[in-house]
Ligand binder design. Sequence first.
Ligand code: ZN
Length: 284
Amino acid sequence: MIPIDPPVMTVKDTLTASCKRLRNSVLRIRLLAREKDLSTAEQTYIDAAEHNDLYRLAITSREAEELLPDRDGEHLKELYNAGLVGRKDGRIKYDELKARAPYGRCLLCGNGEIGSLDHHLPKDMLPLYAICPVNLVPACSKCNQMKGDRIGATASQRTLHPYYDRPGQTGRYLFADITSWPVQFRIQALPEWDAELRARVEYHFHTFKLAERYAEFCISEVTGNQWLHQKIRRESGVPGLIAHLQEDAEQRASTHGLNAWDTALRYGLADSAWYLHRGVLESP
Ligand SMILES: [Zn+2]
């Protein structure tokens, strides 16, 4: 997961843009009249997310929706598809939200090319958040598909929210163990994590099949660097290669984050006696 700040764009912005050029003027006026409701829902979402209370909000909102469906629920879902994704003014906002992902990488896996915006809380169950920017996360099509329309069976069975969850604030939790190919990725909980966060980080890791996918991403990354690693090892020996790998890891940590998969790979290579002596000469 790549953590970034929540967007400053508001639901008022996305509502105004996606209603523009809506030909059905009765519907346009009707939807624009929901601005206050949507803004209130947005503020409730932000308050809940900032206090790690989004799960409770999701459950109570879903119960309320089941009991008394929002009268504009279908229109709001359609407004996302036709207005925010499909119409020119909405699309500008949609693309702005997508463009916030650093290096154009999916915030959920940290590698895939951004395909769309993922509704952190599914729009089909909770139409009030269908066009709410803080609920829209740039993601690759694979992660979007793997996540599906789920809220989570329990508070612990939820994927991480890149705008609000900060598991790696104090250190490394993603590690790459390299004793042969392929690279083995694992999570190592930080001491300050409570049981829920520990479960959620693991849940996120398994839901998006990150161990398998990261190992696959490593193949081209290692192949692309091996020529240089072999050269450094020939010219400066193993100590020279260790120094290079450590510096490379620190540099990647400073640009891509301490818990990005490619940072973990670099630290893993620097720490691997097998790579330094043998793996550097073997294709992954
Ligand atoms: Zn992804």
